[in-house]
Design a protein around this ligand. Structure first.
Ligand code: BGC
Length: 741
């Protein structure tokens, strides 16, 4: 009994000691590690424990895609990845070449132009969720994307990575993408901030632009990304503004982004976009990447120490040329980014190449593919038993996920258009293929190879002849061409040479149209192309780059299993000169000055100002059903400065099948002291409507939607405005006037 008592006493003592130890340990948990504490407290605590050297260490890369944490404090490294359509394969520590892993294949989601063409915030959220999960599974902390540079010229090689020509559409589409990615504990890095609207001389050109154009056209999507999306990081652009590179730019990064917009995240340089230590210190850069491409082989023990924000910064701090306050501010921002991502303990696990992600890629593509023209019901193609479909064109068989620059991927699967059509055609339908033309037969990027043999020995004439022979008596002919991801097509680091289709495709299309009127032309591209044959072809589809599910989604549309509902986020001009920048000779790929002389008149704003009929207008897209619009109604015809009005319209499905319509609200300022666009997109709603059904769509209008950027900033001028409601910028069905007083 005595013994038992003493054992009990002993265990009580041990327990007391243990729990006291625990309490002490608990009390000792550093603030920065305690996730229940506010982020700012944790950041300050971590900062207070860091040495000067450690603070500098976290401000620059330590490998191609990672930057160091603070190992002594258990703060992990930060891992970034491209972006923006899938998770880039792992590359070697200090080289661009892929590392050759076998577990880093991903799902390629549709290019961002396609996402923008869905005009669906729901699809944008699905995109962000899915790619965020892939990033998380691959243990990435920062996804280098999305891109929201405005589509200024159809020649820009990177337009496919962006969300079109309209600042409002891009703003609405970017926000859900960001919010959903970041729910995974993965930061977005919105790029390329700002005025990165061409690839020619991208490191050299200075964007010469007025404040109104900057604020009305080129900044809104970034502002929405920061203020509404809550982006945790942003990537400076390569080019210059007001003579300063945009990775260290006083006006754009310090004055606008950090001061005016209250951005609390980190500014990351584009890879190799930092050029100067002093400017990097003062002009808003927080985290430097990509400066030396061969860091470890430079002869230094660690080439990364030679970065502008590495040893040269340390020297300036040590000898007093640089202040520790500025350093602390940068370190704070990088720590915040780290704590929101790499440091976060309760992150979801993510998932890679899941059935849900393939399904998401397909749904986004289904909603983004645009039916541009459809006479004589050429589409959808019927699956009549015994029928014969001829598919012509290189893009029916060419992989598009490899190439194009930093967005290039290593996919687990890419269903090619021809395979998708074959699989969906079903029993009893013969699908034949003819090459039609030879474009780009290469298929590798940084060591990722498609393994496709696209070599061809026939001449251009023979290819056309062979295609026409088979096309003559086919029940349907589908030409699948467009651009690709080679240099001077849709590709980083170069712009296109012209608006026309490359590789003699026009001749192939003309020849096919002559022998078979049941021809549908499918353009795979991230850019507008010229269509001199437009009147001779009955059906035209813009299929974008749809990634892993390209062929599946295209077949969904071609056979009518899905009713098309995408609309153009860009204007297709007839000729290059119908675009403002080109009409004014303001796009010059050889000049180190890019004059934005067309001002706010980008895309449809220019076409409408000049009364130019586009080939296909911004907002255009057909369906296999039809929609009628009632007269617009307005809740009041006068509105005060702080008030609002509501514009409503009833939309009826007048066709035979269910479909989705994108109802667009544009507003024009009838009388104004400055020149304004005829109308500008201010709201839209994508609604699904059953045959015979009518849906009421209402748009609240407030003063902010009516302002322009004047000499004193955002300005509302009283007077008359017109609200235009329609199915496209050139298909306004109804309008109503109201007065602001
Ligand atoms: C591109 C960025 C990309 C980075 C890293 C740069 O060349 O402009 O968009 O994220 O490389 O690959």
């Amino acid at each position: 009994m005595k013994r038992l008592t003493s054992i009990c006493a002993l265990s009580a003592t041990i327990w007391a000691v243990l729990s006291c130890g625990q309490a002490e340990r608990k009390a000792e948990t550093p603030v920065y590690l305690d996730e229940s504490r506010p982020l700012e407290e944790r950041v300050e605590d971590a900062l207070s424990r860091m040495t000067l050297e450690e603070k500098v260490k976290i401000l620059h890369a330590q490998s191609k895609f990672s930057s160091a944490g603070v190992p002594r404090l258990g703060i992990p490294d930060l891992w970034t990845t491209d972006g923006p359509h899938g998770i880039r394969p792992e590359v070697l520590w200090d080289e661009w070449s892929q590392a050759g892993w076998t577990n880093d294949s991903c799902v390629a989601f549709p290019a961002l132009t396609c996402l923008a063409a869905t005009w669906s915030e729901e699809m944008s959220a699905l995109y962000g969720k899915s790619i965020g999960e892939e990033a998380r599974y691959r243990e990435k902390d920062v996804l280098l994307g999305p891109g929201v540079n405005i589509y200024r010229t159809p020649l820009n090689g990177r337009n496919f990575e962006y969300m079109g020509e309209d600042p409002y559409l891009a703003s609405r589409m970017v926000v859900p993408y960001i919010q959903e990615v970041q729910k995974n504990g993965v930061a977005v890095c919105v790029k390329h901030f700002a005025l990165n609207n061409q690839e020619s001389l991208r490191h050299q050109y200075d964007a010469i632009i007025d404040d109104r154009t900057l604020n009305e056209i080129y900044l809104p999507a970034f502002k929405a990304a920061v203020q509404e999306g809550g982006a945790w990081s942003i990537m400076g652009a390569y080019n210059l503004y007001k003579g300063q590179h945009l990775c260290h730019n006083q006006y754009i990064l310090n004055d606008i982004l950090k001061k005016d917009w209250g951005f609390d995240g980190a500014v990351i340089s584009d890879w190799g976009g930092c050029h100067d230590t002093d400017q990097a210190i003062t002009n808003g850069l927080d985290l430097e990447f990509g400066t030396w491409t061969d860091g470890l082989t430079m002869g230094a023990t660690n080439g990364y120490d030679a970065y502008y924000l590495a040893d040269p910064y340390l020297e300036r701090l040590r000898d007093g040329r640089a202040s520790e306050d500025v350093l602390n501010e940068k370190a704070r921002r990088v720590l915040r980014l780290n704590f929101r991502t790499a440091m976060r303990k309760d992150k979801p696990n993510g998932s890679l190449c899941s059935p849900e992600h393939y399904d998401a890629a397909r749904r986004i593509a289904d909603e983004g593919i645009v039916l541009l023209k459809n006479n004589d019901n050429v589409l959808p193609i019927s699956r009549k038993a015994g029928s014969r479909i001829l598919v012509v064109g290189e893009n029916a068989v060419k992989m598009m996920t490899v190439g194009g620059g930093s967005s290039s991927l290593k996919v687990q699967r890419e269903v090619l258009p021809l395979d998708g059509i074959r699989a969906a055609a079903g029993e009893g339908v013969t699908v034949e293929f003819e090459r039609g033309y030879v474009g780009d037969i290469s298929g590798s990027y940084n060591g990722v190879v498609t393994g496709q043999d696209l070599s061809e020995s026939r001449s251009a004439e023979e290819l056309i002849e062979d295609a026409c022979l088979k096309a003559k008596d086919a029940d349907a002919v589908i030409f699948i061409g467009g651009l690709n991801k080679a240099s001077h097509q849709d590709c980083e680091d170069s712009d296109r040479f012209g608006l026309g289709l490359p590789y003699g495709q026009d001749a192939v299309i003309e020849a096919l149209a002559k022998v078979n009127p049941r021809l549908a032309v499918v353009i795979v591209s991230g850019n507008a192309v010229a269509m001199p044959w437009v009147d001779n072809v009955n059906a035209i589809v813009e299929a974008w780059y749809c990634g892993s599910q390209s062929g599946v989604a295209l077949a969904d549309i071609i056979f009518g299993d899905v009713n098309p509902s995408g609309k153009l986020p860009i204007t297709f001009p007839v000729r290059l000169e119908d675009n403002g920048a080109h009409a004014l000779g303001a796009y010059d790929p050889t000049s180190t000055e890019a004059h934005y002389s067309e001002g706010i008149f980008v895309g449809y704003r220019w076409a409408q100002k000049k009364d130019i009929k586009p080939l296909f207008a911004f907002g255009h897209g057909l369906s296999y059903t039809t929609f009628s619009y009632s007269e617009a109604e307005i809740s009041r015809t006068t509105m005060s400065e702080n008030g609002n009005v509501t514009v409503s319209v009833n939309v009826t499905n007048t066709g035979e099948r269910e479909g989705k319509e994108i109802v667009q609200l544009y507003i024009g300022d009838d009388e104004c002291s400055v020149e304004r666009p005829v109308m500008e997109l201010k709201a839209f709603r994508k609604v699904s409507i059953k045959p015979g059904e009518t849906v009421k769509v209402s748009f609240p209008v407030n003063a902010d939607m009516l302002k322009f950027y004047g000499t004193d900033g955002w300005t509302l001028e009283k007077g008359s405005f017109t609200a235009y409601v329609g199915a496209a910028s050139d298909d306004i069905r109804t309008s109503v006037k109201f007065n602001v007083n």
